[in-house]
Design a protein around this ligand. Sequence first.
Ligand code: ZN
Length: 160
Amino acid sequence: MKIVENSVALIDYTLTDNEGTVIDSSEGAGPLAYLHGAGNIIEGLEEALLGKEAGAEVKASIEPAKGYGERNDDMQQEVPKELFGGVENIEVGMQFQSETDQGPVMVTVVAMNDEMVTVDGNHPLAGVHLNFDVTIREVREATAEELEHGHVHGDGGHQH
Ligand code: ZN
């Protein structure tokens, strides 16, 4: 069957940036299972996989707008170092969960001096052009329970 709204698809994938650096891959972890139309995967990849069948190999080149969004410089802010009171040896590249008005956001330390730490709330892949190499392993209909939960159960999905 073809991938349509409410299909469950198992995919093997490799994700690279425009320099050919591998950002993510299903190798080792096994195929990823997703529920089509539920926002489990980025919009651009759903568009590329729609209508494809098991066995198909799909290459998708995805602009940031249909991936993890453009970078937003307003999401960088300086915060006083003392707010990280419990953390010793803060370093550039460290990630923290930050409570915001929009809920918890993962922020990355991008710069610091003696008093202030600059954190960036952009998704690490914001502004990155994404190149997916996908092989579709299996396509099936979602169960009623999966549709209710908005994700896949079992191999490659949620185990609960
Ligand atoms: Zn569930």
